[in-house]
Every structure is written in structure tokens, then in C-alpha cells.
Design a protein around this ligand. Sequence first.
Ligand SMILES: Cc1ncc(COP(=O)(O)O)c(C=O)c1O
Length: 434
Amino acid sequence: MKPDTPSLDLASIGDEQLSRLSRGLIGSEVLRIAAEIRALVAEGHTVCNLTVGDFDPREFRPPDRLLAGVQKALAGGHTNYPPSNGTLELRQALTRFLAREFGLTYPVESVLVAGGARPLIYATYRALVDPGDRVAYPVPSWNNNHYCYLTGAEGVPIEVGRPSGFHPTPEQVRTLLPTIRMLALNTPLNPTGTAIDTAALTEICRDLVDENQRRHARGERPVFLMFDQVYWSLEFERLRPQSPPVLCPEVAPYTVLLDAISKSLAATGLRVGWSVASPAVTQRMSDLLGHVGAWAPKAEQIATAEFLDDAEAFHAFRGEMQEKLRARLDRLYRGFTSLAGRGFPVEAVEPEGTLYLSVRVDLFGRSLDGRRMENNEDIRKALLTGAGIAVVPFQAFGLARENGWFRLSVGAASLAAIDQGLERLAAMLARVQA
Ligand SMILES: Cc1ncc(COP(=O)(O)O)c(C=O)c1O
């Protein structure tokens, strides 16, 4: 006989009973689109899914050596808590990695390890920014609007466009510097796949240092730079990354560098990230994350330390990742440029790295199957239902303007799926009416 189970009235709690903070949270747009794709696929439609900022392990696997290292560490009994700031071996390995790949010498006290880059971004905001402080970031960019909301910061979006490679210009930043507590940069950029110009980044760093000299003289707190470089190793043409402390060593005390194995080693699910900053900043970020408990699993830390110490293995894997990403991004880019050459209202930005391509599909005011397209969401839906291509509008990255730009991500797409998607797109565009 089945035991009686009490009925639990869980539906009596709704949003209205929760905190003001959680009631105001905006859910992930990408997850909403993902649910739509699942429904279409369940109905039997073919969809080329270019939405997720993740890797499908059938297309992109982490290095075998890293996976074997995790298994070995688990079998060896490393199943307990790691030190809350990361194992000493990994933090030491990361100082060697920074010296080898970037030419930067940091003390081990500068390095903090956590479960991916995300907790470290949150900790950076929390450690440096007070509620009401202003944080400037480009739009489109990934999640800065949400981190501002979470920390009570006033977000100062810098609208960027194609002429500056979708990065802020020194002029845009200069006017804001006296009024902000933090500037958040990421290169190559999610969602655009474009890298910041080295001279522009150097100038921004110098201006930040100048601003801080003035603040120091007035006894004021400095402006900080959060520099998210999680995609640096996936930048195609550059061997040595463009990191602020390399370009302008004086900016180092004010800079928090963020990195992870998530993208560089196609290891999004293994959850190892690190930040590098002045020891005082690192200490407070560590205190904060210690309470959150967002550490990286110990076995993953041990395996990551071993893998990153092996320069040959790291460089070989980096080369493989770039080759596979580039093949997919180039295929898409060439597909879009050839459609533009045939007179269709599309454009694409030459990919410079990451897993992302920026494309513009300008179907405003036109109709597909009797439905007029007025905004990005209409165009996105038309691409999904009319061509079986799933993309994410730049609005999901904080951009207010409806300008027809979308992010295409190739981490879960095979070359064959891309080719088929492009064919369906050409057929759909031919059906669009003025
Ligand atoms: C720019 C950027 N930083 C950080 C992250 C998060 O990385 P992680 O998976 O290590 O938390 C992402 C994920 O998409 C990203 O695009």
C-alpha cells in the first residue's frame, strides 16, 4: 500500500510575497527563446540554434587531459571543500599562466578562484561599487545591466556601434570618467564577437589613471576598471592578449581582470574562473564569495592547474578551438555577405573571435506570410518560424534601440546545420514582401 503523502500547497506563495529585489529581477531573454525553440523542435521543425552562449559537447569537447585530470582527482578522494579562495596550487599555477601568456607578474595574493567568471563579476561589483554609484558599460554587452540592478548601482549604458567595432571610444569614456565608480569592458565582446582597438584601450587606461591621480589629490575613492577577458584566447589574429596592465602598467592597481576555463577550454559546465586584482580587492572579494560559497569544485581546480601549466597542451587546444570556431563563424559570415550581395537587406560584421557573429537583418516595415515586421522581436520570430534560424536580438544585451542587430552563436552548431540554415534563410528572404 502506498503511504499517504501530505498535499503541499506550494502555489500559495507567489512573487508578491518575495523581496523587492527578486520581484524586480528580469529573467534571461536567452532562456525564454530557448523554451520557444524546444517547443518548435518538439513539433517536428528543424531549427539551427544560434542562441546559446554555450558549447554543445558533441561539437566542442573540453580537452581530454582536463577531463582525465578531474576524474583522477575525484578517484583520488578530492571530494571535500577546497580553500574558499581556491587551492594554492591553482592560484600559483595562475600566476605562472599570467606570466607566460600575458607577460604579467602578480603575487599569488592577487588571484581568487571561484565557480566560473559569474560569481567573480558579482563580487567585483559588490567589492567596489556602493548602491547609487555609477557603472559605465557598453550596450550591447553581457549582463552588466543585471549586475547593476543586483548591486543597486546606477547603470550608465554607453551606446556603441559598428564604426568603433562595438566598443566605447576614448572620447565616450573620457566624458564619463569623472562621474563613475567603475567601467566594465569585455574584449572580444559578447555579443558582437569584435575586439577593441589597442590604441583606444590604451588611451582609455591612461585617462583612467589620470582621473585617479586627480581623485587621489582630492582624497577621493578611485574609479575602477572591470576587464572581462574570458574570450581572450578565442581571438583569432592576436597571440598576445590586449590586457590593460600590459598596455598601461599604471592602471593595474585599479583593474580587476576576469577569466575562466568556461569558454577558452569549452568547459562551461566544469565551473572554474579566476580574478586578478590588487590584494586588498581580492581579499574582500574572497570574503564575500566565502559567504556565498561559490567556489570551484576541488577536483576541477586540481585538473585546471595541471592543464594550464602545460603550455604545449594549452596552445594546441587553443589552436583547435580557434580553427573550429572560425570555420563556423566564417561560413555564416560568408553566407550573410553573399545574401547581401544578392540584394537582400542583411549585413554581417567580420568575426574577430569568440563564438559570436553580429548580423543585421533589416526587415522593418516588410511582411512575411502576411505578417508585417515592426521591431526586432518580429524579425526574430520571422527568422525562427520562417527560416528555422534561432538568434538573439541585441536588446537582450541592454540595447534599447530597435535597429535590427542580432547575435548568432555557433557553440552548438555544426557546419552542416549552418549550411542548411543559410539555405532556408535565402528562401525566406525571397518570400519577404515590401
Ligand atoms: C563576457 C562574459 N563574461 C563571463 C561569462 C560567464 O562565464 P562563466 O560561465 O565562467 O560564469 C560569460 C558567459 O557567457 C560572458 O559572455
